[in-house]
Design a protein around this ligand. Structure first.
Ligand code: PEP
Ligand code: MG
Length: 581
């Protein structure tokens, strides 16, 4: 039987005539449902606001009144400068503040205004004049090279904002409606999502993206319901009241205020402190499975169910601190960032992953050469080949932060492929006094040689997002390939089983920190395979804890046997789900 993947959006249905609890009052219109992949659990309700793309210039018409066009240009640049300055003053993040201030200065630069006026004098209307002036200054920045050239992207943003202002189009980027909202977008880059505020953004809906894309990961980290690969998202009107179900992947559009209020009430009850239980993870017969958190910064420990309910941090994605930066973070800055996390976890394990840069997480300050195929290029631990200084500074900072923290600092490297790479990393980390050193298993070669890796390091952590991507040669951001990226794929489970067996033989911990760990039923399979720790976003922890507590170790082992033997991911999931019922 052919394997079928989950539906990847594009479906639009009218709800049945009755019941009409969600009917938009007065209008008589029924809510419409668009569907995608639910990738971060929970339900949220609120008005939808779209992330606008860059404005498209209309064909230039006949020359307008130069005085009027000049005034439009001047007003747009001054508005943009003022807006960026206000945002710089409001943000709590020093890195974001520096960028916003620099952009505000660019927008207010008299030389830019003069170039735009010049373009108006040559006969261009305001929007085209701004485009030409920014293009001219952009070329100059690129020609200067190095650090200056990196600012071209900031100028593009100024250009987009100013052109949109002249054309009366929505401001590009994450919207700022001034109240909580559901963010709807074509796609979200890590840089877009890194600064999202969970107090304002209620849920995410994107047209693109897959189950292990960074939109999905960030949504889970922030505890935001999210639906990706939702083709109908493009038709959701700005301001429409929507209900997002991050499990079923359904987005109801045009619901009533009463229906939205009911969703909000239930979400508040679910997030009440202690609602998800606490204490170490255990199967029904007491077999321990450590339940740990995936985080990108100390902020994630404050936002979610967090520290009280987990046994530690299983994956601290340190690169999230440095996305969008122009300069390498200093030693002191890193010590402060790591200390903030370690200090929140006294007596508990915190696994810090060294910078996982490259491919879908570009870090411009590394200045790596352009690559034709970045997913197969210099990324993860391999960046240490070209920039050993960056890895050394990071390990120094981790060692300094670990020293007095009271937490157990574990350190691991991403994208390790060989035992030799593992040994080299372990040496560098141990030379600095770091005692628990491990590596991630994210490429099939590492799983095949799990035993050899464990001869060099103290633990393995399996990154199923990348392991799935590389085992199936399927881009993890690709919504259409979601069936291949399904963590229930038996071949992926076989690779995990190899690692678990190697861990048991060596008497060393092997955990899973990819998104597979966040699926409650799959968690029973992983425990049955011999995985000793599961690391996930805080929002997923209660469901995984509850499912493990319902099964004995023998039942988990039987689930593992059945899933490994299944023909495909759908079958594996169905068999285990049927047993659970
Ligand atoms: C993974 O690949 O499973 C993983 C945990 O790393 P990331 O998602 O950050 O690439
Ligand atoms: Mg990875």
């Amino acid at each position: 039987m052919p394997e079928t993947g989950p539906a990847t959006g594009g479906e639009r249905t009218r709800e049945p005539e009755a019941p009409d609890a969600g009917r938009a009052s007065g209008s008589g219109a029924l809510p419409e449902t668009v569907r995608g992949l639910g990738v971060s659990p929970g339900r949220a309700a609120g008005p939808a606001h779209r992330m606008a793309g860059p404005p498209v210039l209309p064909p230039p018409g006949p020359p307008g009144d130069p005085a009027r066009e000049t005034a439009l240009v001047a007003r747009a640049l001054s508005e943009v400068a003022g807006h960026l300055e206000r945002r710089a003053a409001e943000t709590a993040r020093p890195d974001a503040r520096a960028i916003l201030e620099a952009q505000s200065l660019m927008a207010g630069d008299p030389a830019l205004l003069e170039s735009a006026k010049e373009a108006v004098r040559s006969g261009l209307p305001a929007a085209h004049a701004l485009d030409a002036a920014c293009g001219h200054h952009r070329d100059a920045l690129l020609a200067a090279g190095g650090y200056i050239a990196d600012r071209a992207g900031d100028l593009d943003d100024v250009r987009n904002r100013a052109v949109a202002a002249v054309l009366g189009l929505p401001v590009p980027g994450v919207p700022e409606p001034g109240h909580p909202f559901v963010l709807v977008a074509g796609d979200l880059a890590p840089a877009d999502t890194a600064g999202l505020d969970p107090a304002t953004v209620l849920a995410l809906v994107t047209e693109k993206g897959g189950p292990t894309s960074h939109t999905a990961i960030l949504a889970r980290a922030l505890g935001l319901p999210a639906v990706v690969a939702c083709r109908g998202a493009g038709d959701i009107a700005d301001g429409a009241l929507v209900v997002v179900d991050g499990e079923s992947g359904e987005v109801e559009v045009g619901v009533t205020e009463e229906a939205a209020e009911e969703v909000r009430r239930r979400a508040a009850a679910r997030h009440a402190p202690g609602a998800g239980g606490s204490g170490p993870g255990r199967t029904a017969d007491g077999h321990p499975v450590a339940l740990l958190l995936n985080i990108g910064s100390a902020r994630d420990l404050r936002a979610g169910a967090g520290p009280a309910e987990a046994e530690g941090v299983g994956l601290f994605r340190t690169e999230f601190l440095f996305l969008g930066r122009r300069d390498a973070p200093s030693f002191e800055e890193q010590v402060a960032a790591y200390t903030a996390v370690l200090a929140a976890m006294p007596g508990r394990r915190v696994v810090l992953r060294t910078l996982d840069a490259g491919s879908d997480k570009p870090l411009p300050f590394l200045r790596l050469p352009a690559e034709a195929n970045p997913a197969l290029g210099v990324r993860g631990v391999r960046t240490g080949r070209l920039r050993p200084d960056v890895l050394d500074t990071q390990l120094d900072a981790i060692a300094a932060a670990a020293g007095e923290s009271g937490a157990e600092a574990w350190v691991m490297a991403p994208m390790v492929g060989t035992a030799r790479e593992a040994a080299a990393f372990a040496r560098r980390a141990r030379d600095r006094g770091l005692r628990r050193v491990g590596v991630m298993v994210e490429v099939p070669a590492a799983a095949l040689h799990a035993r050899r890796l464990l001869a060099e390091v103290d633990f393995l952590s399996i990154g199923t997002n990348d392991l799935g991507q590389y085992a199936f040669a399927a881009d993890r951001q690709h919504g259409e390939l979601a069936d291949l990226l399904d963590p229930w794929q038996p071949a992926l489970l076989h690779l995990i089983a190899m690692c678990a067996r190697a861990g048991q033989e060596a008497g060393k911990p092997v955990g899973v920190c990819g998104e597979a760990a966040a699926d409650p039923l799959l968690a029973t399979v992983l425990a049955g395979l011999g995985i000793g720790g599961l690391s996930m976003a805080a929002a997923s922890l209660p469901g995984v804890r509850a499912e493990l507590a319902r099964r004995t170790l023998a039942e988990c082992q039987e689930n593992a046997r059945l899933a490994l033997a299944a023909e495909g991911p759908g079958e594996a999931r169905a068999i285990v789900a049927a047993r659970a019922r």
